[in-house]
Design a binder for this molecule. Structure first.
Ligand code: ACO
Length: 403
């Protein structure tokens, strides 16, 4: 019903692209995706190779600084990240002010933004490179503490501080799972699985949360504020929140006698708003390469940990049926990264409401890399999309008694 010629005469030529399906918002040298072929590369290196040979810490460096680190650069980077793992003691009272049932994503986004209050020296809109690096390493380190404290708050346990002898991920697991009566024993199978999951989550070019970080950062808002906004964007069930939604869906199917076909039928019914969570992707029109790697790890990790999880079987059945169903074939709907990641998190005893927080911890280096790439770009402009106005034309104000 739009009168396009009238709109052009009134607004000039504006591209209308709802959901930005075909609009590039920037140039970027960080991540390459070929959605048709199912390829994902960070700084040119294939994701499968990184999962096999690298670590999450090294991938953080690669994404943020553009190259794999030398041994010296890596040691320096790791040491800086480990060193800054304390948060201001006053911040502990923030956590206890939230109700116990508060969603940890709400707490995480608020706490990341609150870091800005305790680091006024890191808020300059035009930071020098070494100031930017200080901000980045502090954020990378402290976010694990904030996430672990949010979890401890939700289960009513005492906060646990990091241990300097542990690596980045083992330290996070220690802060999550150590209690006053039981010290967390670093477990190599869990740590390696977490490494792989975080590498797979680390970046995915201009997705909703990364675009949000860029959008907010383009106003020269500080890094803490920009990342806090990204965390909020990730929370939604159509984005990072899907990993929680997938497990809830699989648990509901298990409780419903394992009748997964009923749910597939519901997903195909256009009168039912239900969607098969963990299926479909804006960019991948082929199997999501991240889902392929996670699926393989699910079998391995569950075997090694001696866990038999019936919902893994349900997930595999759903995949089998959906991949041969014309509805899913025609729309090129394949499992995405979230379809199997929750099953791995469950095997690691991470509670369901922490799944999206885990995604945020993994995605953090990607958000930072995009923010850094943007603010370092000469001539950066504030992000400010246009619109096509379809509301009322000019009309007089009508007094209340005449309405
Ligand atoms: N179940 C059933 N039908 C689906 C699904 C699904 N999971 N996903 C898409 N479709 C259908 C749509 O109904 C639409 O059908 P139509 O052409 O008959 O109207 C068609 O496939 C295209 O879907 P769109 O919504 O236009 O695709 P879009 O690119 O906008 O959305 C998205 C992508 C949000 C991921 C979508 O596939 C979805 O909602 N999936 C479920 C949620 C999910 O798993 N999100 C995680 C994404 S990965 C991530 O963020 C890490």
């Amino acid at each position: 019903g739009l009168d396009i010629s009238r709109l052009h005469s009134e607004t000039g030529y504006i591209t209308l692209d709802p959901g930005y399906a075909n609009t590039g918002s920037c140039t970027s040298a960080i991540t390459y995706i070929d959605g048709e072929k199912g390829i994902l590369r960070y700084r040119g290196i294939d994701i499968a190779e990184l999962c096999e040979k690298s670590t999450f810490m090294e991938v953080c460096y690669l994404l943020i600084y553009g190259e794999l680190p030398t041994a010296e650069q890596y040691t320096k980077f790791k040491d800086k990240v480990l060193f800054h793992s304390l948060i201001h003691e006053d911040m502990k009272s923030f956590f206890t002010s939230y109700p116990g049932h508060a969603h940890p994503m709400a707490i995480l986004s608020a706490m990341v933004c609150s870091l800005s209050v305790y680091h006024p020296e890191l808020l300059k809109p035009d930071q020098l490179p070494h100031e930017r690096d200080q901000t980045i390493t502090r954020l990378l380190s402290k976010v694990r503490v904030l996430a672990a404290f949010a979890y401890k708050r939700s289960v009513g346990e005492a906060f646990v501080y990091s241990r300097p002898e542990l690596d980045y991920l083992s330290n996070f697991l220690h802060m999550m799972f150590t209690t006053p009566v039981k010290l967390y024993e670093p477990d190599e199978v869990t740590r390696k699985a977490l490494d792989v999951l975080f590498i797979l989550h680390a970046d995915h070019e201009q997705n909703c949360s990364t675009s949000t970080v860029r959008m907010v950062g383009s106003s020269k808002a500080n890094l803490f504020a920009s990342i806090s906004a990204g965390i909020c964007a990730l929370w939604g069930p159509l984005h990072g929140g899907a990993n929680q939604a997938v497990i809830e869906m699989l648990e509901a199917i298990a409780a419903d006698g394992g009748n997964y076909k009923k749910y597939i039928d519901r997903a195909k019914d256009k009168n039912d708003p239900f969607r098969l969570m963990g299926f479909g992707h804006r960019v991948y029109k082929n199997y999501d390469p991240r889902a392929q790697i996670i699926k393989k790890h699910c079998d391995e990790v569950l075997n090694k940990l001696g866990i038999h999880d019936p919902i893994l079987e349900i997930a595999k059945r759903i995949e089998e049926v959906a991949l041969t169903d014309p509805y899913f074939i025609e729309r090129k709907l394949y499992p995405n990264v979230d379809f199997y990641s929750g099953i791995l998190y469950r095997a690691m005893k991470i509670p369901t409401n922490m799944f999206t927080v885990m995604f945020a911890l993994g995605r953090l280096p990607g958000w930072i890399a995009h923010w850094k790439e943007m603010v370092e770009e000469p001539g950066m402009r504030i992000a400010r999309p246009r619109q096509i106005y379809i509301g009322e034309q000019q009309r007089p104000y009508k007094p209340m008694h005449e309405r």
